[in-house]
Design a protein around this ligand. Structure first.
Ligand code: NAD
Length: 494
């Protein structure tokens, strides 16, 4: 272990709530823990229904001025926020590492840069909120505009809080909506620091942040009659509850939920000259460096039986070389699971598979919570299971991959699609016909071919089946998800 990097806490941001351009400290507070060390970092204000009420009212008041501002001006403010985030990149990245357990070198610096990239992308494309003119003849002039939906309520999880927070802020604000953002209780610090950086940037009430628990602030935001659109990223269980709240009052909703994404390896991708690159991309797709705590993790690996041995050997070799450590240790590749509850869930999944006879190519059932000095399970590759096991079907949200051999393309496509999820998929083949055929057959919102990278601003991102509804991350997705069309038809009397 090298010396651990120090962090600088937000100052006024520890109040927890930013409402109508002012910081506000609720009576209650919540502790934010560092999962790498199992110690409290600090306390922040814990907002609830009264703070959500105040934030929604502020967002409503700010709406008329914000929605009529030229789109280029809204975009320019997002660009300035990106610049400020870049200026404070290292400081924010360290906060993010401390609170999420996502290590500084492989994860948190990249996420901070990526978050600024999302703001910058939407800063540029804000002006693309265009309408259409309809060909109704010379007597009628009919056009449509893209109108903001109104007050948006966004709820985000802890696994990529800054990237997701910047995405929600960008999409809502670029399109002329005002926003109430509810960060995850486990990881609000980077978002609060970002809010400090944004505090004097937008008119009061345009961006409001209420930190709090899911069942308090989150539930109050989802149920609030003054929220016109909900944008939720998190677990399927809570996503379904949020969707029901939206349906009750016919509010718009975008849901980005869980996944159990397949990763399919064809023999040609494991030729001697390609083996290492393919295996590295499989490990990247699995998001081992993020402890597998990614909705898009390629956690079901299907390898053609002809290349099973070399592929699995290379995956294990690369995985075993990764260093598990403190998120603020420059030497670490992999960090910690977010909290005791999630760690215990990961452990239960692996223990159940072990008891049922699964084999471990690497890794093991993690130690019980009381015996773990940090929530740091080693990356684990499980074989000897089929696609029907619970470990193969449920989102473990930990560093746990199941690997299953296959012989026939139709069978592997069936196995890949035999899930209620449909977020991402990964295909490894250099045969164009295979790639096109399999991409077309897979039920997933996003497919990577011959790589295991992350989302890139500009791609319309979201899931099919129970992985979600709606697309985000691109101007097309944001226009569909954050605006409505208004048609205006004029009788011309020449
Ligand atoms: P979670 O659903 O427990 O929490 C997400 C957010 O919802 C948090 O802010 C939480 O406070 C809030 N919340 C909890 N209960 C609530 C309620 N009753 N009403 C309103 N809000 C409530 O999810 P998590 O554990 O923070 O995140 C992990 C999950 O998120 C995984 O399932 C993962 O796949 C998913 N995820 C999806 C994407 C995607 O883009 N599809 C991205 C990241 C994470």
């Amino acid at each position: 272990m090298t010396d651990l990097l120090p962090i600088t806490l937000p100052t006024v941001g520890l109040a927890g709530c930013f409402i109508d351009g002012e910081w506000f400290t609720p009576k209650a507070s919540l502790e934010v823990e560092n999962p790498s060390r199992r110690e409290v970092i600090t306390e922040v204000g814990r907002g609830g229904a009264p703070e959500i009420d105040a934030a929604v009212a502020a967002a409503r008041r700010a709406l008329p001025g914000w929605r009529t501002l030229p789109a280029a001006e809204r975009g320019a403010m997002l660009g300035e926020l990106a610049r400020r985030l870049d200026e404070h990149h290292e400081e924010v990245a360290r906060l993010l590492a401390a609170e999420t357990g996502n290590v500084i070198r492989t994860q948190s610096r990249g996420e901070t840069g990526g978050a600024a990239g999302v703001l910058r992308y939407f800063s540029g494309v804000a002006v693309e909120q265009k309408g259409e003119v309809l060909p109704f003849g010379s007597d009628l002039f009919s056009y449509s505009t893209r109108e903001p939906i109104g007050v948006v309520g966004s709820i985000i999880p802890w696994n990529s809080p800054l990237q997701l927070g910047c995405g929600k802020i960008s999409m809502a604000l670029a399109t002329g909506n005002t926003l109430v953002l509810k960060p995850a209780e486990d990881a609000p610090l980077a978002i609060l620091r970002l809010t400090e950086l944004a505090a004097d940037l937008f008119p009061p009430g345009v961006l409001n942040v209420v930190t709090g628990l899911g069942e308090e602030a989150g539930a109050a935001l989802a149920a609030h009659p003054g929220v016109d659109k909900l944008s939720f990223t998190g677990s399927s269980e809570v996503g379904f509850a949020v969707a029901r709240q939206a349906a009750d009052r016919l509010a718009h909703a975008t849901l980005e939920l869980g996944g159990k994404s397949p990763c399919i390896v064809f023999p040609d991708a494991a030729s001697p000259e390609r083996l290492r690159t393919t295996a590295q991309a499989i490990v990247n797709a699995m998001r081992f460096a993020r402890q597998g705590q990614s909705c898009t993790a390629g956690s079901r690996l299907f390898v053609h039986r002809d290349v099973w041995e070399p592929v699995m050997a290379a995956v294990v070799e690369i995985t075993d070389a990764m260093v598990v450590g403190d998120a603020l240790d420059e030497a670490a590749d992999i960090g910690a699971i977010i909290n005791a509850e999630r760690y215990a869930e990961v452990r239960a999944h692996v223990a159940e598979a072990e008891q049922a006879g699964a084999e471990f190519l690497t890794g093991a059932t993690p130690a019980p919570v009381d015996e773990a000095p940090a929530f740091q399970p080693v990356p684990t590759v499980i074989v000897g299971v089929d696609n029907s096991w619970r470990i193969s079907r449920e989102e473990v949200f930990g560093p746990v991959m199941v690997a299953i051999p296959w012989d026939d393309e139709a069978d592997v496509i069936d196995m890949a699609n035999d899930t209620h999820y449909g977020l991402a998929a990964f295909i490894f083949s250099h045969d164009i016909d295979t790639v096109m055929r399999v991409s077309s057959a897979l039920e997933a919102g996003w497919i990577w071919v011959n790589d295991g990278g992350g989302q890139i601003p500009g791609m319309s991102y979201g899931g099919v089946k129970q992985s979600g509804v709606g697309r985000e991350y691109s101007i097309e997705g944001a226009l569909e998800a954050y605006t409505t069309r208004k048609s205006v038809t004029m009788r011309l009397r020449g």
